[in-house]
Design a protein around this ligand. Structure first.
Ligand code: HEM
Length: 344
């Protein structure tokens, strides 16, 4: 007779609640080494369960955006999936506070039992980075080694499979490149941007509180800004960048509302990810000071670098924020009907 489905069997609690038996350095199961090791294990396991859910949501988002064309209701589904991810990411940040109830001296009491195990080897964390679209060339390595050198051969094969598939960043860029912009938008936008920079220049030139050299430096900065804006709208991914500006500029048009929320959601994802990196580094600093990590890195120094500006994914969305201009400088759309709901 088959077993009835119960709360415990449905959730597989045998496996989950029986999984707090870490291997000793000899590979055999060992008892928990210290009262606080239970907390250490459970917090990490909770993260891994949530990583699994986030992978599930980001895979959905990637697959929906990979369609050509993307049906309009699917943009909303991607935004909803990302909203769920944001709420989980907030738990990621908050959860570190639970771990900080552990005294550093108590951590030290069982730290050696971890051997060389480190969060650096979290397979799902690396999968998430790759799926989102973090590029290998921005990563910091330690001892000149790629993170994959810390994994088993089977894991490395899995990484290769993830790398061969499109990332969220890839499909987003392709979808943006297909955005139906108004004809001549690039030129119209550039003129609006130039008018905006000119108004900023006039404002600073007339500022009585800026002395000669200071004022010249500010005006030079604005000239550089103008050149950056022009460059932003030219070059290889120019249509992707123009789409970011178009969507944000005309976000009140019904058809552009959800695309605009999508761009915001991706920036929020990235922001919360970086917030976790920073928060993890602060927790580590409190816990182990400046000592070397169990994985062998320089510890906090390495972690702080990964929380810096290099680890960015959706750079074109972020950069587009620098070149937004006030709505009043933009002409009304010539073909508003195209971006409304009612299509015959
Ligand atoms: C007492 C608690 C913790 C300490 C002292 C700690 C320390 C460290 C250190 C020093 C590193 C750098 C690599 C190394 O040399 O080992 C690292 C990396 C990492 N840790 Fe933790 N950690 C702790 C808790 C956590 C938790 C709860 C998570 C959640 C999953 C986590 C996830 C990670 C990840 C994903 C990395 C790799 C970051 C990257 O390379 O970008 N850590 N940790």
């Amino acid at each position: 007779m088959s077993r009835p489905v119960t709360y415990g069997t449905y959730l597989g609690l045998d496996k989950i609640l029986g999984a707090q038996e870490p291997p000793g350095l000899d590979g055999r199961p060992r008892p928990i080494a210290h009262h606080d090791e239970m907390l250490f294990l459970i917090v990490h396991q909770a993260y891994e369960l949530w990583f699994k859910q986030v992978l599930h949501e980001l895979t959905l988002a990637r697959d929906l955006l990979a369609q050509d064309p993307v049906p309009e209701p699917d943009i909303m589904r991607v935004v909803m999936a990302l909203h769920r991810v944001h709420e989980i990411q907030k738990i990621f940040v908050a959860q570190l506070g639970v771990l900080e109830t552990m005294n550093p001296a108590d951590f030290l009491a069982f730290r050696d039992a971890l051997g060389n195990a480190s969060g650096f080897q979290s397979m799902q964390f690396r999968e998430l980075e790759l799926l989102a679209g973090l590029k290998d060339d921005v990563r910091y390595e330690y001892e000149g080694r790629s993170f994959e050198r810390r994994f088993e051969a089977a894991d490395v094969e899995r990484f290769a499979a993830i790398r061969a598939a499109p990332t969220l960043r890839d499909v987003l860029a392709r979808w943006l490149a297909r955005t139906p912009l108004e004809p001549g938008f690039d030129g119209t936008y550039l003129r609006a941007f130039e008018a905006y920079v000119k108004s900023q220049r006039d404002l600073h030139a007339a500022n009585p509180q800026l002395a000669g050299a200071e004022r010249d430096a500010t005006l030079r900065r604005l000239d550089d800004y103008l050149a950056q804006g022009r460059a932003f709208l030219a070059g290889p991914e120019a249509n992707v960048r123009a789409a970011c500006l178009f969507i944000a500029a005309y976000r009140e048009e019904p058809l552009l509302h959800w695309p605009n929320r999508l761009l915001d959601s991706l920036l929020e994802f990235e922001e919360l990810w970086r917030l976790w990196r920073f928060r993890h580094a602060r927790m580590v600093e409190r816990m182990i000071g400046l000592r070397v990590g169990t994985g062998g890195s320089s510890g906090v120094d390495y972690l702080d670098k990964t929380a810096g500006n290099r680890y960015r994914i959706f750079t074109f969305i972020l950069e587009s924020r620098s070149f937004l201009v006030p709505r009043r400088l933009l002409p009304d759309l010539q073909d508003r009907g195209r971006y409304g709901y009612a299509r015959a």
